[in-house]
Design a protein around this ligand. Structure first.
Ligand SMILES: NC(=O)c1ccc[n+]([C@@H]2O[C@H](COP(=O)([O-])OP(=O)(O)OC[C@H]3O[C@@H](n4cnc5c(N)ncnc54)[C@H](O)[C@@H]3O)[C@@H](O)[C@H]2O)c1
Length: 439
């Protein structure tokens, strides 16, 4: 272990609370139970199936990540959350239509026992939804206090040693940071005054940070990505991460774009369109929620391709992203990409990608890895923004003055090097001179 860093052991139960118990959350919860019962494999999860190389290539040390760093075991996970609908995880999983009915029926007893608590919600921030399972409070501060009580109540009732919160709720309308988000004092005053620029997802992030528990955000709305929340999290020792799970089309983009850039192939245009028919698709059909998603999806290419450094290759890139709500597809999204590239002497070429993906199947292992790594960060005393987890996000949260790293492979190296650093192992630079030096 690195000097000065001590990691508390992962003893006892780890509670996982999800604001939002829809397609992603229930696919994650049911999936963990299916893995625990030996019914399925946790495919896509780095913490469960990934190995990490330690030392030289000739050392032959490649343990499983879960045997290398002290992570909570799957048997120690306990689930809960909030939603604006009263459906249990069983009913919600059936409605989401992601997993086979036979698998959901097999897990019925377990899933029926997971019932959402009343949510903090306001239809102003998610126009397409309206639910009745919602808390009432005199002010936004009163609602935050009610969430803090929920967290403590869940911890006690389930005998949890630690708790992690991860936003799996709907995408809220587009909002920019303003004065009320800048300092903790301004934010707390804003909560007491029920300031309109404090959205429900920010109230959850505040409640998590006040409780000193880790908070990750799987949607593109600001939520915990505020200086005020960072200030509080550092004070209470709460790790923070976000935003927007990197799945589907953006995952493909962050795999392909670094390849073009590495080979100095030009990109003239990148047109991306999607059809999807789940509740998330319906919410994103509202222009204000779509705007939040669009910003998150658009930032990726600019950052990877660096047009300011390579104006001849990427200076005139036309990038367009569309999402179309198309109910017959349900959760099985189709993402098309048309990429106009150019090579030697400017000769044009085209690449077409048609990804028939399953959104929540791609998101569930990310949720699992995030909760386990966020819990590790908490036990290691790492408070505030956890940039090493940007591997999992479309819009990685970074401190002021730093640009986010979007290249999936750099993010992957960063994550693994952080684990090596935590455990006092050598960084792997891939220089490899030692294999050729005579002495
Ligand atoms: N599936 C993916 O691959 C993926 C990728 C990136 C981001 N996301 C984001 O993850 C989130 C969840 O996606 P999903 O497919 O599960 O959507 P979903 O619509 O199936 O589930 C979201 C749930 O959140 C609930 N909700 C909304 N506001 C809430 C609030 N304030 N408090 C508590 N509950 C609330 C809704 O009632 C709904 O049940 C969305 O914001 C989506 O954009 C998903």
């Amino acid at each position: 272990m690195v000097e000065g860093l001590s990691i508390k052991p992962a003893q006892g139960k780890l509670g996982i609370l999800t604001p939002g118990m829809g397609a992603v959350a229930t696919t994650f919860i049911a999936g963990v139970e299916a893995v625990r019962r030996g019914l399925r494999l946790p495919i896509g999860s780095l913490t469960q199936m990934g190995h990490i190389r330690l030392g030289k290539r000739t050392d032959n040390r490649q343990p499983l990540i879960r045997n290398f760093v002290p992570l909570a075991g799957l048997d120690d996970l306990v689930f809960g959350g909030w939603d604006i609908f009263e459906d249990s995880a069983y009913e919600a999983a059936l409605k989401a239509g992601v997993l086979d009915r036979t698998l959901i029926e097999e897990l019925q007893g377990f899933l029926t026992g997971i019932r959402p608590m009343k949510a903090v919600f306001d239809n102003y921030y998610v126009k397409k939804l309206d639910g009745k399972h919602v808390k009432k409070g005199r002010s936004k501060m009163a609602l935050a206090e009610a969430l803090i009580e929920d967290i403590e109540g869940f911890r006690k009732t389930n005998g949890c040693d630690r708790v992690v919160m991860i936003w799996c709720g709907s995408t809220e309308i587009f909002m920019k940071r303003s004065e009320v988000h800048e300092t903790l004092a301004a934010f707390e005053k804003g909560l007491r005054d029920s300031h309109p620029e404090i959205a429900p997802s920010m109230i959850y992030a505040y409640a998590a940070a006040r409780s000193g528990i880790a908070y990750a955000n799987g949607a593109p709305n600001l939520s915990g990505d505020l200086p005020a929340i960072e200030e509080l999290a550092k004070r209470t020792g709460a790790p923070l991460a976000g935003k927007d799970f990197k799945t589907g089309q953006t995952l493909m983009k962050t795999i392909l774009a670094p390849g073009f850039k590495a080979r100095l192939l030009g990109v003239a245009g990148w047109y991306s369109t999607n059809i999807l028919g789940n509740r998330d698709g319906e919410v994103l059909d509202d222009p204000e929620s779509f705007k939040t998603k669009e910003e998150s999806k658009l930032g990726v290419l600019d950052n990877i391709l660096q047009p300011q450094l390579y104006p001849d290759l990427y200076g005139h890139l036309f990038h367009k992203v569309r999402i179309n709500y198309y109910p017959p597809r349900g959760d099985n999204k189709e993402g098309w990409d048309n990429i106009d590239i150019f090579g030697w002497l400017g000769y044009p070429m085209q690449i077409k990608v048609d990804f028939l993906c399953r959104d929540s199947i791609l998101a569930a292992p990310i949720v699992l890895d995030l909760v386990l790594f966020m819990d590790l960060a908490k036990r290691a005393g790492l408070a505030g923004i956890q940039e090493w987890l940007s591997f999992y996000f479309k819009s990685p949260v970074v401190p002021a003055g730093l640009y986010p790293e979007h290249d999936l492979f750099i993010q992957h190296t960063k994550l693994k090097n952080t684990l090596r650093w935590m455990m006092g192992e050598d960084m792997i630079t891939h220089l490899g001179r030692e294999y050729y030096d005579e002495s």
